[in-house]
Design a protein around this ligand. Structure first.
Ligand SMILES: *Cc1c(COP(=O)(O)O)cnc(C)c1O
Length: 381
């Protein structure tokens, strides 16, 4: 039987139409975009076409998009780049306690280099309180980094409001938008953010490609230096195949995204209804009023999420216990701890993240398999 893939927040399968197009096109665009001849010019053109698509998807201007090797590099570039540029002006930074590792660990590094970081807590839904945020801002604050949507519980932050507060104090606002793109509409002008990270493989493109939106005029120091690519903001010969995959995937999103969102939401409601009916004991950790349409996170009291995951895997179902980056590690999810779960509750969690190509039959089959797994585990105990 075909496997059921319910782990789209870890990665999305590359869309077959994207793979096909890139395979067909790759041999036409092998030139070095920095070369002055036609072979280079062709490669350059395809990069710029795809840059325009990414820019359009978030209502940015083309020159505000810098291609990177992924969301991780975009987060590193944004935070380190601004901290380095403004470090003389101030040493205070603000982030939340539920950011992705690629934000968290950058801030940990900066703490070791003499910066001071305020790690804002969240409420039981995973939301940052704008009043708490406002109080955290100081005279020497230079940068805020808060994610658009959380990868584990799907909570969407009030970014527009938070960025507005930061701007009143003249503080730059970076937003990790990786989990938002492809799932919810994004408009950087409307949100008022100064920098935003994006990733190709979370939106049905290839791995190893991402982008950082940098609003015109924002001061930052490039972190990878060498050639003059990306208007001197990120050196290195461009990942043309990756860029094509990213651009085409986002083009499909622009054309079909409304349908993806509607379908995923419909499936999620079926899934949540089924979970509630079959397993009345479970606790829903993804319950913010404003949340991603595809993400369901539940705890099974008294059980071990890792064991449920392994059993599901053996029966052909892929889910997660938290974020993929932490799989294999025994410590419980810091995101679930941050919304108030105790260690046992956090360890009993399962994240189910749906995608545009999942079906109602898969949801039904998943519920049947999960029931069998839970019954087997209970019997063994
Ligand atoms: C996946 C993810 C990243 C990292 O992106 P990569 O392209 O895998 O490096 C960053 N932030 C969030 C919220 C993510 O889900």
């Amino acid at each position: 039987m075909r496997r059921i893939y319910f782990d789209h927040n870890a990665t999305t399968p590359a869309e077959p139409r994207v793979v096909k197009l890139v395979l067909e096109q790759a041999e036409n665009f092998w030139g070095n975009p920095s070369s002055g001849h036609l072979d280079g010019e062709k490669a350059k053109r395809v990069i710029e076409e795809n840059r325009a698509i990414i820019a359009k998807a978030i209502n940015a201007k083309e020159r505000e998009i810098v291609f990177t090797s992924g969301g991780t590099e975009a987060n590193n570039l944004a935070i380190k780049g601004v901290a380095e540029a403004l470090g003389k002006k101030g040493k205070h930074l603000i982030t939340s306690s539920i950011e992705h590792e690629s934000v968290r660990r950058v801030f940990r590094q900066l703490e070791k280099k003499g910066f001071e970081v305020s790690w804002l807590g969240v409420d039981a839904e995973g939301v940052i309180d704008p009043r708490v945020f406002e109080k955290a801002l100081r005279e020497d604050t230079i940068l805020v980094s808060i994610m658009l949507a959380n990868n584990e519980i799907g909570t969407i932050q009030p970014i527009k409001q938070l960025a507005g507060i930061a701007h009143k104090k003249g503080v730059y606002f970076h937003c990790d938008g990786v989990q938002g793109l492809g799932k919810i509409p994004i408009d950087v002008e409307e949100l008022g953010v100064d920098l935003m990270s994006l990733s190709g493989h979370k939106v049905y493109g290839f791995k190893g490609i991402g982008a950082l939106y940098i609003r015109r005029g924002v001061k930052f120091i490039p972190q990878i230096v060498g050639g003059h690519q990306e208007r001197n903001r990120r050196a290195g010969t461009e990942n043309i195949v990756g860029i094509m995959s990213f651009g085409y995937a986002v083009k499909l999103y622009l054309e079909e995204g409304k349908e993806w969102e509607k379908k995923v939401l419909w499936l999620r409601d079926k899934l949540e209804k089924g979970l509630k009916e079959r397993f009345p004991e479970i606790k829903f950790n993804s319950r913010a009023r404003n949340r991603l349409p595809n993400t369901v996170n539940v705890s099974f009291p008294g059980m071990d999420g890792e064991i449920i995951l392994l059993n599901l895997d053996a029966l052909g179902v892929s889910v997660s216990t938290g974020s993929a980056c932490r799989a294999g590690m025994v410590e419980p999810s810091y995101v679930l701890r941050a919304i108030g779960l105790d260690e046992a509750e956090a360890k009993s969690a399962l994240r189910i993240s749906l995608g545009k190509d999942n079906t109602e039959e898969e949801v039904k089959q998943f519920l049947r398999v999960l029931e069998a797994v839970l019954n087997r585990i209970k019997k063994e105990n």
